[in-house]
Ligand binder design. Structure first.
Ligand code: HEC
Length: 111
């Protein structure tokens, strides 16, 4: 009986532990979708940031990741599904649900 009770408690605790909210899931995705987190370039809240500064023909140049907080879902989805060659942004292979979660996260974190 005791053993049954103990394992029941463990099962409950474990279940509690492995449960994550949609927000937590989305945050996880945003910070590490297939390795390279969006946050590395777009900042922790998607407000954009400067990725690198360099000189080209003595001119100072900046590589910036844009603010993605007010992009509409269609643009957002298209961007994450396009395979443009000359883009500084990596190509991801995400499902529609993952893209939705990312979109949700950026909206939520800027509320
Ligand atoms: C290595 C840096 C880098 C990473 C990582 C990155 N991006 Fe980007 N992103 C950029 C740059 C630079 C641009 C602008 C140039 C372009 O469109 O390719 C951009 C453009 C975008 C745009 C288009 C914005 C607009 O106004 O049209 C969206 C949406 C976007 N990124 C979302 C994401 C999401 C979501 C992730 C994570 C899955 C991500 N990016 C990861 C660098 C990055």
């Amino acid at each position: 009986m005791r053993i049954v009770l103990i394992s029941l408690v463990f099962t409950l605790l474990y279940a509690e532990d492995s449960f994550i909210t949609p927000f937590e899931y989305a945050k996880m995705l945003y910070e590490s979708p297939r390795g390279v987190g969006c946050n590395l370039c777009h900042g922790s809240k998607g407000r954009g940031k400067t990725i690198a500064r360099y000189k080209k023909r003595k001119e100072l140049k900046e590589l910036k990741a844009p603010d993605i907080t007010s992009v509409d879902f269609k643009t957002f989805y298209k961007k994450l599904n396009s395979r443009k060659k000359r883009s500084a942004m990596p190509t991801y292979f995400l499902t529609r649900d993952e893209i939705k979660a990312l979109y949700f996260y950026i909206k939520k974190v800027n509320e």
